[in-house]
Design a protein around this ligand. Structure first.
Ligand SMILES: *Cc1c(COP(=O)(O)O)cnc(C)c1O
Length: 425
């Protein structure tokens, strides 16, 4: 048995499924997960000493490359001064100021410890601020694992959905409407029927949890105008895209302004930090100023915030996102070309430092089209790449991530390996 398989077997004795978050378990691609021992720059090493070019990047946070010396130093310095105080610190002001300064729609921001907490809190706030109950989400968008969000579409377009997890009572999701991403007509219909009781629309402005799906022209603009017209709040869940798709997230790229934004992943630089923020009048509805309760023992943790601040500082360097986008585009275009040359129906797309890889003839824009991609071919590609030292997300429905450490050499090596693998698919 390999060392990875051995560790997985051991992990399964004491951890359900051997992992602390399900997608890590490789269940959708098969085989034993790689146990990571260390990481540096664009690479991770597993427990057997194998080196991989990493396109998971801790699912997004590792935008500077792993173990960037400035970030490690900031964490070490902060840790030396104590791990947690349960009282306010200067660093929390600094990270809040950095977020407010860079994302124009955010006047005030509250820190939490995960993306799940950020979206859950933002939805409670939207309900509290509007005095309404219903929320709209889209099939294929993931907003963390709060009860009211673990729901998939029902049978009819305007019927309420079904829980996607055991343990979620149907009553908990009876206020959640699940609609088709990129179909503004469905949202119009929902507002026509329930507009008076819709507190918010929550959306990944570029969807990164059903592979990568960009908004079609008019979709986000349509959400903005419907929300404004009906007095509902628009929440952009930029937990993945914030400081990843561009310096101001997707809102900066599209010019569509949400009322509330959720962040996590990149803003923690690899440590547990989430945030939600937006218009001052809405944010002032949360405790201690307002009636919407929200709290966290480790929120704004000094060590985590130090990693986030050091990361945000480096992201502000001129040209950072131009370089990152160009490298990611090189990868996506290169993969599409090699698939074409090998006669494989695969293509890729990118935005900022995120990319999608689709086993289909064209880039999908709808959840149904994503679902129809060839998962069996993806599995073969995934394992072929893994054996040759390229670590992709172990699922056909996840976005990929490029970091500032993915230089031309790393991208070229990836494309050379992809060519070999694609020729054998
Ligand atoms: C990752 C993610 C979340 C959940 O964040 P966690 O930190 O895993 O709780 C929420 N929304 C989006 C868009 C995400 O990508």
């Amino acid at each position: 048995m390999t060392r990875n398989a051995e560790l997985f077997e051991r992990a399964c004795q004491s951890i359900p499924g051997g992992v602390n978050s399900p997608v890590r378990a490789f269940r959708s691609v098969g085989g034993a997960p790689r146990f990571i021992q260390r990481a540096q720059g664009a690479h991770v090493w597993d427990a057997e000493g194998n080196r991989y070019i990493d396109y998971v990047g801790s699912w997004g946070p590792a935008i500077l490359g792993h173990a960037h010396p400035d970030v490690i130093k900031a964490v070490q310095d902060a840790a030396t001064g104590g791990l947690s105080f349960g009282a306010p610190t200067l660093a929390e002001i600094e990270i809040a100021e950095a977020i407010v300064a860079r994302i124009p729609s955010i006047d005030k921001v509250r820190l939490v410890s995960s993306g799940t907490e950020a979206t859950m809190s933002a939805i409670r706030l939207a309900r509290g601020a509007t005095g309404r109950n219903k929320i709209v989400k889209f099939e294929g968008c993931y907003h963390g694992h709060a009860d009211s969000l673990l729901v998939k579409a029902g049978s009819g377009m305007l019927t309420f959905g079904n829980p996607t997890s055991a343990g979620v009572p149907p009553e908990f999701i009876q206020h959640t409407l699940v609609l088709d991403y990129n179909r503004i007509d469905a949202v119009e219909a929902a507002f026509a029927e329930y507009g008076h009781d819709i507190a918010c629309v929550i959306v990944e402005p570029v969807a990164g949890n059903m592979n990568l799906v960009k908004p079609v022209a008019g979709f986000l603009e349509g959400l903005r105008s419907l929300c404004s017209q009906h007095g509902a709040l628009l929440i952009f869940d930029e937990v993945m895209t914030g400081f990843r798709a561009g310096p101001q997230g997707v809102q900066g790229l599209t010019g569509v302004t949400p009322d509330l934004t959720t962040l996590a992943k990149v803003i923690g630089g690899g440590m547990p930090v989430g945030a939600f923020g937006g218009r001052a009048d809405i944010m002032e509805q949360i405790a201690p100023l307002g009636p919407v309760y929200q709290a966290g023992t480790l929120s704004g943790n000094p060590v985590a915030v130090a990693a986030g601040l050091a990361t945000l500082k480096l992201l502000a360097e001129p040209g950072f996102y131009d370089r990152l986008s160009a490298q990611t585009r090189k990868l996506a275009d290169g993969l599409t070309e090699r698939a074409r040359a090998a006669g494989v129906s695969m293509c890729a797309d990118s935005i900022g430092g995120m990319f999608g890889l689709y086993f289909s003839d064209s880039v999908p824009t709808l959840f149904d089209e994503v679902s129809r991609c060839d998962v069996e071919k993806f599995k073969k590609f995934f394992h072929g790449m893994l054996i040759h030292g390229v670590y992709l997300a172990p699922s056909a429905f996840e976005a990929g991530f490029v970091s500032a450490a993915h230089d031309d050499g790393v991208i070229q090596e990836t494309l050379d390996i992809a060519q070999q693998v694609l020729e054998k698919i």
